[in-house]
Write a protein that binds this ligand. Structure first.
Ligand SMILES: NC(=O)c1ccc[n+]([C@@H]2O[C@H](COP(=O)([O-])OP(=O)(O)OC[C@H]3O[C@@H](n4cnc5c(N)ncnc54)[C@H](OP(=O)(O)O)[C@@H]3O)[C@@H](O)[C@H]2O)c1
Length: 360
């Protein structure tokens, strides 16, 4: 199962909005075949593994990170392929949260006489499907927040200077992250002060739409984002009171405008997040600033963080931190991240991980 999980990760960025899935076929202690879901709409991991076998896999055990499907989606049911191949036993990491499957695939295999074990390395298998589950059960994308900060917890100086806090290796990691996202979101102030491009360089498996929450449609038509809107999509989440002339200029420049109704910023942000869910976007990377990240954190909507800490000090009560908003009243008794990953990138420390609320 550990190998199947490793294989599944190879589909990251290419399979969404489907989940990543990996599969290994074993008989008498020998690996007969392996496969993973490579791309959205393509064959499932089980079919890939069966196809990769050089010998007849009849009687083998099939390890798969997610319950085999039993419905006609974009491809025929995997349960059919498993039964046709004469597989004797199936070991499943996690039951499929998708309502059309949800245990039916396991039931069907058992009824056909296949031994099925469920829940092997369940936690790690569930990690693979977290963004998919978020979309299926809550109707919104998985939200990742990324920031670079100084040793004293600042994301810019008191004068708004923020380039560059982190080193080149940290920035390369950010570009890899961007390359597997459906969308990248920033606040209007960040778009204005940093004038970022927000593209993945080099390009990854997906091209993210760049989004700015900009209530009054104030983003400058001369900004890098607007100037490149015809080659890499830009979406502006605006309020109902945005000036029609500004809207026209931005639309003519190639930006998509989404009007988010609501009297306050939190309501408008909620409208945007569920609009992205309706587009079946599974991964949204929020790149600041502090006020935008704070709004999402207060709502318990940050599911995963990627933080780059540079050994630099800038000080200043007015220099912003990475998460504004109201914040929590008390320091959490336990770590805020589940099984955090900590890595040294040159002199920078890279900490990433998921928040516990994201697991529900
Ligand atoms: N080091 C890093 O990793 C990093 C990353 C990003 C930014 N930064 C720095 O952070 C600073 C900007 O951060 P910031 O906190 O001042 O601004 P911000 O979060 O980028 O933008 C805040 C603005 O976004 C708009 N907005 C719309 N809906 C919102 C909502 N629900 N919640 C919050 N904002 C909403 C509001 O403007 P409207 O009312 O006009 O819509 C608000 O004033 C800059 O100095 C930038 O350089 C650093």
């Amino acid at each position: 199962m550990a190998r199947a999980i490793e294989l599944a990760r190879r589909g990251e960025g290419s399979v969404e909005p489907n989940p990543m899935v990996g599969c290994v076929l074993v008989r008498d202690g020998n690996c007969l075949g392996e496969g993973w879901h490579r791309a959205y709409g393509g064959p499932h991991a089980e079919v890939e593994a069966l196809r990769s076998c050089c010998v007849d896999p009849a009687g083998a055990t099939l390890y798969v990170t997610l319950e085999p499907c039993c419905h006609h989606g974009q491809t025929p049911p995997c349960t059919d392929a498993i039964l046709r191949a004469g597989i004797a036993r199936v070991v499943v990491g996690q039951v499929d949260p998708f309502p059309a499957v949800a245990g039916r695939g396991i039931e069907l295999l058992r009824q056909a006489g296949v031994a099925v074990d469920v829940g092997v390395l369940a936690e790690a298998a569930a990690d693979l499907t977290a963004p998919f589950r978020m979309l299926v059960t809550h109707g919104r994308p998985w939200i990742l927040a990324k920031w670079a900060m100084t040793l004293d917890g600042k994301i810019a100086s008191r004068a708004g200077h923020s380039r560059w806090i982190s080193n080149e290796r940290s920035r390369e990691a950010t570009h890899r992250l961007r390359g597997r996202m459906d969308a990248i979101l920033v606040g209007r102030h960040t778009a204005e002060t940093d004038d970022p491009l927000l593209t993945a360089r080099p390009a990854g498996p997906r091209q993210a739409t760049r989004i700015v929450v900009d209530t009054l449609a104030q983003l400058s038509p001369r900004s890098q984002l607007v100037q490149t809107a015809r080659t890499t999509p830009v979406l502006l989440a605006i309020g109902e009171r945005a000036d029609p002339e500004r809207r026209r200029l931005l639309e003519e420049a190639g930006c998509e405008l989404v009007v988010c109704p609501g009297a306050d910023p939190a309501q408008r942000l909620e409208h945007l997040i569920f609009d992205l869910g309706r587009r079946r976007w599974t991964n949204l990377l929020v790149e600041g600033g502090g006020r935008l990240v704070g709004s999402l954190f207060d709502r318990h909507w940050i599911d995963e963080v990627h933080v780059f800490i540079a050994p630099k000090l800038v000080g200043g009560a007015l220099a912003p931190g990475p998460v504004a908003g109201a914040g929590r009243a008390e320091i959490p008794p336990l770590a805020s991240l589940v099984r955090p990953h900590v890595e040294l990138l040159g002199e920078d420390v890279y900490i990433s991980g998921r928040l516990p609320n994201a697991r529900e």
